[in-house]
Ligand binder design. Sequence first.
Ligand code: FEO
Length: 168
Amino acid sequence: MINKKMASELNTQLNKEFYSSYLYLGMSTWCANTGYNGSASWFMLQHEEERMHAFKIYNYMLNQGAKIELLTIEQPDINYTSLLECFKDSLKHEQMMTHSFNELCDLAIKQKDHASYGYLQWFVQEQIEEEASVGEIISKLKLVGDGNGIFMIDSQLSQRKPDTQVGA
Ligand code: FEO
């Protein structure tokens, strides 16, 4: 059993993961509507991955007897003017999520909650990967500028495979 403060913060994080999933669904929609079908597919997989992250936290909370409240999921703003802007927004979001997990780890240390600290480490590692993969795409998009190279990158993004390592 974890204490109330940690349960409440994890519940907030649960909502952030569901928001992430919703945000990526929005990005996928924007890409599909704009003709970037490879990126739409990439973001759709990201949408599914974020839902799995949410359920990973949900299952941990259930196992720890923490109170789960399903909070309102905010409407994402998906009015992008370019694919680069869309991926930049994704990176900004992931940096915010990394900060959020770091704060949860700080809380776990403060409370000597070793179980939560250990559990959160999976997310800390995952955030490194998420920021790196989006950062790499942004670098490529910056390199090609507004040229036809965007469509090559978009086509490459359609090759992304589902992540089978998330687990419960
Ligand atoms: Fe689950 Fe991309 O943060």
